[in-house]
Ligand binder design. Sequence first.
Ligand code: ATP
Length: 339
Amino acid sequence: MGPGDRSTGLDDVTVAFGDGPPALRGVTLLAEPGEVLAVVGPSGCGKTTALRAVAGLETVRTGRVVVAGRDVTRVPTPRRDIVMVFQPGTLSPFLDVAVSLARAVEVRAAPRRRRSPGPAAFLLDEPLARLDAVERARTRRTIVDLVRQSGVSALYVTHDLTEAMAVGDRLAVLRDGEVVQIDTPRRLYECPIDTFVARFVSAPEIGLLPARLVSSPSGAGFRVGERTLPLWGPAPDGLDAGVRVVLGLRAEDVGESGPGADPGSVTVRVLVRHVELRGRDAVVTAEVDVAGEADGGRLVARVDPRTRLRPGDRAELAVDARRAHVFDVDGRALRHPPA
Ligand code: ATP
């Protein structure tokens, strides 16, 4: 890091418990002043360990821990200039979170003669876990305001993608103790590096559909069973006709076929598995029905809540293949649709 860097977090850090595999492997998570860096990932991926390492509650094998640019790798917890909110209490979680952070910020903003240095960073581990939906939304806005106004850095661990997207200036996605991708919520959503990240940042779930790239005089496309989904442009560079790929299609790019369907879409036969009503829309989860294929893939569609589709129905869904993310068979992204 260069001089003047005031970021907080982990710099190429490895943490291991006993002789087991490292819980964190070469992890770099650095939040800038006034930034919320949301840390997400499945259970056991190392989110809490990362925060505890910043706090000095876990021993770092290799790498550095920094708070506001200061190397605190060997500094004890009380002298790290951090405020931790781990597992808020039960009596008044909103007060626990918002007030403790606000107090910390007030100290920092107090007149110079009374001022103690104040915290440089907030470490928040599922701070809203015990709140109801309304308090959760209110508290997360309070946290974001406090971080912006005070210029502290915040590392914010959550399971909840919606919460991460709402609070995070950037999101870091962890898997098995490693950072898979770190970027703004929008970039992660538009350009997930692999199917793992694509699944993680998509709600409803992203549909994944095995397909084969085909090329004919009338243009390139993806062969799914007996249907060809036309491509939005030329075949992706470096991909030859016949190659197997996995298409990632978000629910907003899949709908019911019929008169209202997008004219650029193509129909795919499916077996409907679930229909979940969500208010403004309903989410249909379906297996793609490809003759002779055990696993034709899954599609998830966002449809009108008045849909007649029911679990067990054989139906057709309209797919906008121009919106497909293309992954190789190992799940690595090859191409994203234009934003
Ligand atoms: P969750 O979302 O379930 O809270 P997490 O992403 O926060 O999970 P961690 O709690 O950081 O994950 O755990 C990461 C890995 O390290 C897990 O495999 C866990 O079993 C292991 N681990 C964590 N703490 C210890 C410990 N004190 N001793 C041994 N192993 C540990």
